[in-house]
Each structure stands twice: as C-alpha cells, then as structure tokens.
Design a protein around this ligand. Structure first.
Ligand code: NAD
Length: 425
C-alpha cells in the first residue's frame, strides 16, 4: 500500500507520522507497521426497500491497528464514504487513542448512502445488514464501533441488537454511543463537544481572542459535535457569532441564541431557515452566509465541525481566525496546514480536540464490561481529567521540541505506539 496513490487521503494522513518521527526516537518497525491497516474490508449489504425492490449498499470497515487494544471508531452513513476515507479515519483513531492513552486501537467504517433518502424501516434494515455482513470481525475484544456523521443512538441500538441476536447473547460492549436505556453512557452524546470545551478552557489564557475582548466563535457544522461544543461555550458566555449546516450558515455580530437554534435544528430544519421562520424579533440582525464565508470570518475561534478537507491551499490565506479548533476529523489539508502555521494561526488538531468522543466511548465500554454504571458527573469529571492531563503533556512536548501542536500530538501518540510495538517486533 506504501507508495501508491490509490488512497490519497490515507497517504496524506501518514505524512503526519513522518513529520513527528523526525523529532522523537522511534523505530523503523513502528513506522513500517503503521503504514498499512491490519484489516480493510468492503461488503455488499442487500436491503429490501419499501416498494419491494432490492438495493445493495456498499459498506466498509477498517481496523488500522489493534496493538494497544480492540479497534475503536465510528460508522459513517454518507454518500461520499470511500475506502480511502475509512483508512484515513481509522489511522487517525489509532493516533487519537494513543495520544489520549486509552487502551484501544484504531478503526472506522461507513456505508455509501444518504440516510435521509431512506425510510425508518429501510434504515433499520441497512443498519442490521451492516452488522450481519461484518459480525465475524466485530466484538467487544475485536472492534467496537460508534456513531459518526449521520449515524446516531437509534442506529447503534439496532446494530447492538443485531450483533446480540447473531451471537445469541447480550453484547452491549460491542458498540458505544447507545441509548442510555440500552447500556449507553450518560454524557456520551455531548462528549465530543465537552472534550473540545475542556481544551478551550485549558488553553483560554493563551488563546488570542482579538482586541475587542469578546470571545467570538464560528462553527461550521451544527450536528452532534458542533452543537454540544456550542452549548457549553454559550453557557459559559462565549459569543457564537456564526454556525452552519450542509445548506449554508447564519451570522450575527451580537451572537446567536444557541439553545433556540439547537431546538430548531433538532426539528430537522436547516439553520438557514431560522432567520425567516424561527428567529423572532432578533432575526433582523442575522445574515445568511455561505459555508465558504464562515471559514473566513474574523473570530477568535474557528471550529470546523463537519467534513474533511475544508481548509485548502485556496482558502488558507483568507482565514482570519486566530485559533482553529478541529472538531471534525481531517478538516485541514497538508498544504493548508503549512500556510496556516506559517501565518501563525494556532491549530488545536483533531486527534486532540475531538477526542472527547472516544474517551467517553471507552468509559461506556468499561461500564458495559463491568456491569456497573457511572453518574454523568463522574463521566464528565473523568473526561475533564483525561483531556486536561494529556493536553498539558502535549503542550509541554510542543515547547520542548519547538514544533506546532499537531506535530507534538502525533509525537506523543507515536511515542506510546512505539512503546507498545517494541515489545512485539
Ligand atoms: P452529524 O451528522 O451529527 O453532523 C454533521 C453536521 O455537518 C450537520 O450539521 C450537517 O448538516 C453538517 N454538514 C454536512 N455537510 C456539510 C458541509 N458540506 N458544510 C457544512 N456543514 C455540513 O456528525 P457529527 O457526529 O457532529 O460529526 C461531525 C464531525 O465531527 C465529523 O468529522 C466527525 O468525524 C467528527 N467527530 C464526531 C464525533 C462524535 O462523537 N459525533 C467524535 C469525533 C469526531
């Protein structure tokens, strides 16, 4: 797989390792091992549609590395899912679990589908079909999926149930992000945003919020991750001046009413319809902006929380934010990363800033295996402790190595991976 261009996103992702490896002592064996996923599977998933026709959907599951524990990573339902994307996302999970010091490996999967075009029944058949196709390579000690873009706790519930039926035993620990009533973890739904919020709070004193003293934030993508970060920041007095979804964005220099917008969005409406239909008297102050414009706003904190590759060499020169907090996986291309770094823009990289999701997924997996459940306060306390501790170590490494935060985070992860790999190879 090395030296070929069949998987460009994955190859780009691997470049981060080579950069980090220049700054720490790491064996060639470790680098060689991380360049190829342990397992990458494509499946066909036949689904009976409501009109009686049959459609076969293509699904993927990649287990990039399982040296430090079972593979862990989300399942994405999206029309643009590819094997390349799953390989890159699984690789990032290997690095993320190592950076955060959780004893899990890296996995990821997806199905090429627009779930909004499916009925409830067809979505259930597809979700169960995905598990039937992959049941042999999933399990609490093998590979533990979770939600990602356009998958949710309902889909996790069907998937867990299907796996339990196939194995003729209750298997809650096979999947995380389940409803709490089915063994899910309190606080899991908000965990990715909460983890990012703890990063912001830990770094607050060194973030450059600009001259006005107002802590202005723009968030591209207003789903699970974007909403939960917005909610925590809003409750803490930050001004969320812009948000967006797949249809476009909205902007108000006075700050948006985030609780109302979350309610609006969760009625399956787009944020772009909010000013005309749901904004109330303050809606005159809200302007419509595009998903490209949101990335160029002059804000203290810019948060990509949707898809990969949104910062490119084309738009990196126009970014005006002082800090980028990568809530989405892989939002910054290699070329953009260099431009943004050269311009002195502080980037908190994805494998650190969005790690709250996998940390609390790990907590859910522990609780399922122990049969003993924690309170939401316990979960949030443990999450805060974990994120803060690892973030501080990473920023100390950054100082010591004189590198950017992304390189320091990869170096930190690589060190842990190297420590594990050297016992076996
Ligand atoms: P989600 O499906 O809940 O929300 C995705 C959001 O992005 C929606 O608001 C959607 O309208 C918007 N969107 C889609 N295409 C867009 C586009 N072209 N431009 C702007 N917005 C667009 O997904 P999520 O779980 O919030 O995941 C978002 C990102 O966060 C992904 O990169 C995912 O891998 C990452 N992430 C999520 C978690 C988690 O626990 N949910 C954990 C770690 C990382």
């Amino acid at each position: 797989m090395k030296n070929n261009n069949q998987f460009p996103l994955f190859q780009d992702a691997l470049t981060r390792l080579d950069v980090a490896a220049k700054h720490i002592e790491v064996s060639d064996k470790t680098l060689e091992l991380l360049k190829t996923p342990f397992r990458a599977i494509q499946v066909g998933i036949p689904v009976h549609m409501d009109d009686g026709s049959l459609r076969v959907f293509i699904g993927y599951r990649v287990q990039h590395n399982t040296i430090r524990g079972p593979a862990k990573g989300g399942i994405r339902f999206h029309p643009s899912v590819t094997m390349d994307e799953c390989m890159a996302l699984a690789f990032w999970m290997t690095c993320k679990t190592a950076a955060l010091g959780v004893p899990l490996g890296g996995g990821k999967g997806g199905v090429i589908v627009n779930p909004r075009e499916l009925s409830h029944g067809a979505l259930e058949r597809l979700s169960r079909g995905y598990i039937r196709a992959l049941a042999d390579v999933l399990g609490p000690d093998i590979d533990v999926p979770a939600p990602d873009i356009y998958t949710n706790e309902q889909i996790m519930a069907w998937m867990m149930d299907e796996f339990s039926i196939i194995n003729r035993k209750s298997s809650p620990a096979v999947i995380t992000g389940k409803p709490v009533a089915l063994g899910g973890c309190l606080g899991r739904a908000a965990a990715t945003g909460k983890g990012a919020y703890f990063c912001v709070k830990t770094l607050d004193y060194q973030l450059d919020w600009g001259g006005s003293g107002r802590k202005s934030v723009a968030i591209q993508g207003f789903g699970n991750a974007g909403q939960s970060l917005a909610k925590s920041l809003y409750a803490d007095g930050y001004h969320i001046v812009a948000i967006s979804d797949s249809k476009g964005g909205i902007y108000s220099s006075r700050g948006l009413d985030i609780p109302r917008l979350i309610e609006w969005k969760n009625q399956l409406r787009s944020v772009v319809d909010y000013p005309s239909e749901g904004g109330g008297p303050s809606s005159q102050e809200i302007e419509l902006i595009s998903n490209e414009e949101i990335l160029e706003l002059d804000v203290g904190l810019l948060v990509p929380a949707a898809l990969e590759g949104v910062f490119t060499k084309k738009n990196a020169k126009s970014v005006k934010a002082r800090t980028i907090l990568e809530l989405a996986n892989g939002p910054t291309t290699l070329e953009a990363d260099k431009i943004l770094n050269d311009r002195g823009i502080h980037i908190v990289p994805d494998i650190l800033s969005n790690a709250g999701g996998v940390v609390v997924s790990y907590f859910e997996w522990i609780q399922n295996r122990q049969g003993e459940y924690w309170t939401e306060d316990q979960v949030n306390r443990k999450l805060k402790e974990k994120i803060t501790k690892e973030l501080e170590k990473i920023y100390m490494l950054k100082q010591r190595l004189h590198v950017d935060v992304r390189t320091a985070t990869y170096a930190h992860a690589l060190w842990r991976l190297n420590e594990a790999i050297k016992w076996l190879w």
